[in-house]
Every structure is written in structure tokens, then in C-alpha cells.
Design a protein around this ligand. Sequence first.
Ligand code: AMP
Length: 252
Amino acid sequence: MKVLVPIKRVVDFNVKVRVKADGSGIDLANVKMAMNPFDEIAVEEAVRQKEAGVVTEVVAVSCGVAACQETLRTALALGADRGVLVETDAELQPLAVAKLLKAIVGKEAPQLVILGKQAIDDDANQTGQMLAALLGWSQATFASKVVIDAAAGHVTVTREIDGGLETLELKLPAVVTTDLRLNEPRYATLPNIMKAKKKPLETLKPEDLGVDVSPRLTTLKVVEPPKRTAGVRVADVAQLIDKLKNEAKVIP
Ligand code: AMP
């Protein structure tokens, strides 16, 4: 059974992002980029399922600029078998990515697509849901456990929801998105990084897939969050209670 894992190249989670002076977006010049952390979890899950003998092939796919190749190589070093880059310099919004992924699904015919629940740059949390809708496939978002029964043609997914866990059984083919507690991704070892250089990586363009990726939304303005003001140290509990009673206010 083949699994497709879409991975996004994003600003590394350790980087403090800066807004461009003209407010048109985030400054990406000389900024360290990395695989979206939820996508590392998706790759790890697919690779573990392969190691368990449930999955036969793991295909990683990334949509974006040529440098996404590096991110795909990371996925290959973590254990994915092949990479597909849909290369474009265009700004890609979740609907465009979902359409590209639908076209890749058409070519590759996977039984399962495992995406991250959200990309940490735009925090959209939309692509998996849109892909499932475009394909007309079952979906389970925010997975904390995935059990595939390929012979029976279903996957059982435990989801993290408000106040507890929900378990769903989906008919394959299906779309699953990962939550933080699904697994702890491995580190790529040096020998695997070397091996990854030889694994196949195909490059396509959106036009090859017949997909129009033009943005549907316009970003009007990006601003930094307001700076937090410094705290104050109170002398004793009585003063704290007095301040809570008389000064504290709810911030809207
Ligand atoms: P989002 O809906 O943007 O929060 O992204 C959710 C998930 O969709 C990510 O964790 C990735 O698995 C996938 N995804 C989003 N953008 C891309 C992209 N440009 N290339 C490949 N996968 C993507």
C-alpha cells in the first residue's frame, strides 16, 4: 500500500520572524528554513508503518520553490522512498496546494495521504480538509494514533478533540492529518542523509498537472503583535489582592 506525505518548507520554528517594513509579509531573506514540524510527524508515521510491513512505499511531495528539494531530501533521509517536487515561484495558498495534491493523487494512486494538521507559517489548517473534500475521500484530522488494516480496507484513527479523544474508522483511501502526540520523529543519520542523495526525486510544474494556482485571497497587511509591557513585582499578598481587585482588567 502506497502512502503520500505532503511536506511544506517553512521558516524554522526557532527563528523569530520579522515583518517586512512595508507590511506586505514576512521577511524571508537569509532566514533558516526547515520541514514543517507536523510534516516530520507525518513522514515518521508513514515510515513506521512501512517498517511494520503495512505500507510498501512512502512518497513525499512538496509544492513550492526549487529549494523545497532540500526539504524533500530530508524526508528521504528520514525514510521516504521517493520525492516529488511541484515547482513554482507563485505564492501557494491552501486551495492551490490541495488542487496540486489532488492531481498528484491521481497520478500516484496512494491509499492514504498523511499531512500535517497545519503549517506553522500561515497556521491555515486547511489543506488536508480541502484535499479530502476535492477527492471525496474520508478524512480524520488531528490524529494521535493511526492503525491501518489494509486487508479490511480501513484505517482507525484516534483524534485529539476538546476534552478527550475520539476514535474513527475510515474507509480507505483516506486523508489523515497529524497532531503533535502521534509520534516523536527520528533524526536523520549521516548514512541515511548520504543514501537520500541517490533516491529518486521527480520535478513537475503546476502546468504539467493542469492546475491553476493563482491566489484567491489577497493579503492586505501583516503587522507584528503588540509588544508585551513589563510586569511589576508586588511586595506582598495583600498588595497583590488589592491590585487584582482594583487594577486588573480583562484584555479584550
Ligand atoms: P496548512 O493547511 O497550510 O496549515 O497545511 C497543512 C498541511 O498541508 C501541511 O502540514 C502539509 O502537510 C500540507 N501542505 C501545506 N502546504 C504545502 C506545500 N506547499 N507543499 C506540500 N504540502 C503542503
